[in-house]
Design a protein around this ligand. Structure first.
Ligand code: SF4
Length: 495
């Protein structure tokens, strides 16, 4: 499975590499600030943003509670419109279904629009192994495919590339001979991709939301490539996660009011398609044959657990856009195709804590809660991150070095005499370590465990006397002062 990548390196190593990359920081900072300001302005314009969030949450929860019903309804309605519906409980099954479709049609070329689900199962790689040429037609995805790179954001996957390196990339690999002006590069890309749309036998796409009452799939994009992918090739394969379903077209409306604003701070994206079935008699556009691969791949496991609210996620990326950790380590730091706060919650659920990287991700969070406040479907993301940590400890999968440390801390915080004794002992020890300074800083990075903290933060030396002593002295002095003032008043009154 391709959810996790770059697992040769630990999260710490990947994060350190990203932290050193000034361009990534600048790009992410600019993107986060732009999205934040644009979203804020639109949210302020919305008469009842909080009400919309609550309604969206309720709809998503209702679907999660009745998931089998809605998956069945969606599949039946799609079938009624001539769609070939395939069910895949795992990513591997989904890959087999896709390979079968290609084999049955003798297809050797596919154009593809952006789809996180296909990234999740490593579809491109498997198809290419089977001799199928897969062409990413989304601009950012094409950059990544050409560069052999991984996405760093779920909505803006090539955020970490500059216009200079994109121009250079196409010069080196595709014969581009222009400058670094984005319009010129996209014009080149358009010319390069047009023949591919016309010659591909299969179009592969994802689905932002699927509508149960009509069996329709939707596509929310800012480039026209999605529509080319779903209308030009004669065969269309749509990957639909079981967590993509909304009950009705009316409920879809609620999500369309929330999604573009939350994702990129736009009222609406340039393109929004609702596709229902294959081309009908008399219609000019559309594929002759449509396949939906409805995929679970671990999502069912979220149901009836504390992580069920994650089934609400509409993959808008708003939680990434506000996250201070994402800002520093970028999407690549996490090593999962689902990075940032939503990735921290989802990845371990999909791959399990048995994977060291998935487990480590749960600690790449400050629990500040900004993500939960921004989430359009009110997922309590930071609470779920904490739940992961609790579960890791409860199932004995935490770092064994932590156990005696936390036991010692528990003993210290539970016993006043022990706490006092350790504080008294701690001050001279810290004085020695700081050589008389006021705090432990990066010079104490050599100290095991504590060094991880002090390498980037100061740790103040224990104060020379207790706060309670200070407070008692302060109160006594204040009482004395009041007494003197009262005495003065009395004398004045007497006079
Ligand atoms: S967790 Fe919420 S904010 Fe993050 S991607 Fe999902 S819906 Fe958007």
């Amino acid at each position: 499975m391709a959810i996790l990548y770059d697992t040769e390196q630990s999260l710490r190593e990947r994060a350190a590499k990203c932290i050193e990359d000034d361009f990534k920081h600048q790009a992410i900072q600019t993107a986060q600030e732009t999205f934040y300001q644009k979203r804020k302005a639109l949210v302020e314009e919305e008469p009842d943003w909080q009400g919309l969030r609550t309604t969206a949450m309720d709809i998503r929860d209702h679907v999660a509670k009745n998931l089998d019903y809605y998956v069945k309804q969606f599949a039946e309605n799609a079938s009624n419109h001539g769609v070939n519906v395939h069910f895949a409980s795992t990513g591997t099954q989904a890959l087999w279904e896709a390979l079968d479709i290609f084999e049955n049609h003798g297809a050797f070329k596919a154009v593809k629009s952006k789809s996180m689900m296909t990234e999740e199962i490593g579809l491109n790689h498997v198809l290419e192994e089977a001799g199928v040429e897969v062409i990413e037609t989304d601009c950012a995805e094409n950059i990544l495919q050409t560069a052999g790179d991984m996405p760093s954001h779920i909505v803006v996957p090539a955020l970490h590339h500059t216009r200079d390196d994109i121009a250079e990339l196409y010069r080196k690999k595709c014969g581009y001979d222009g400058d670094n002006v984005p319009e010129h590069i996209t014009h080149f890309l358009r010319e390069m991709l047009r023949p591919e749309f016309l010659s591909a036998q299969v179009g592969i796409r994802g689905c932002n939301l699927a509508v149960a009452e009509t069996g329709s799939v939707t596509l929310v994009t800012n480039e026209g490539n999605g529509r080319m992918v779903d209308t030009y090739p004669p065969v269309q394969v749509v990957f639909v996660g079981i967590d993509r379903i909304v009950p009705t077209l009316e409920s879809l409306d609620i999500f369309m009011a929330l999604l573009p604003k939350s994702a990129v701070g736009s009222k609406m994206t340039a393109y929004f398609s609702v596709d229902t079935g294959a081309r009908r008699d008399g219609e000019l556009d559309g594929p002759a044959e449509v396949h939906y691969i409805i995929m679970d791949n671990g999502r069912h496991k979220l149901l009836d657990t504390e992580f069920e609210p994650m089934m609400r996620c509409v993959r808008c990326g708003a939680c990434l856009n506000i996250c201070p950790v994402y800002r520093h380590i970028s999407g690549h730091g996490y090593g999962s195709i689902y990075p940032g706060p939503m990735g921290i919650v989802l990845t371990p659920e999909l791959v399990g804590y048995g994977d060291a990287n998935a487990k480590a991700m749960t600690f790449a969070c400050t629990l500040c809660g900004a993500c939960s406040e921004h989430c359009p479907v009110r997922i309590p993301i930071h609470d779920l991150v904490r739940d992961h940590r609790i579960e890791i400890v409860d199932t004995g999968k935490n770092n064994k070095v932590e156990v005696p440390i936390f036991k010692a801390m528990q003993a210290m915080w539970s016993s006043s005499p022990l706490y006092m004794a350790l504080m008294r002992l701690g001050r001279p020890v810290m004085n020695i370590l700081t050589r008389g300074g006021s705090s432990l800083d990066e010079r104490s990075a050599w100290i095991p465990v504590l060094g991880s903290w002090t390498s980037s933060r100061d740790f103040d030396v224990i104060a020379p006397y207790r706060f309670r002593t200070w407070l008692a002295e302060h109160n006594a002095a204040r009482a004395e002062e009041c007494k003197r003032e009262d005495g003065g008043q009395d004398q004045k009154g007497g006079a």
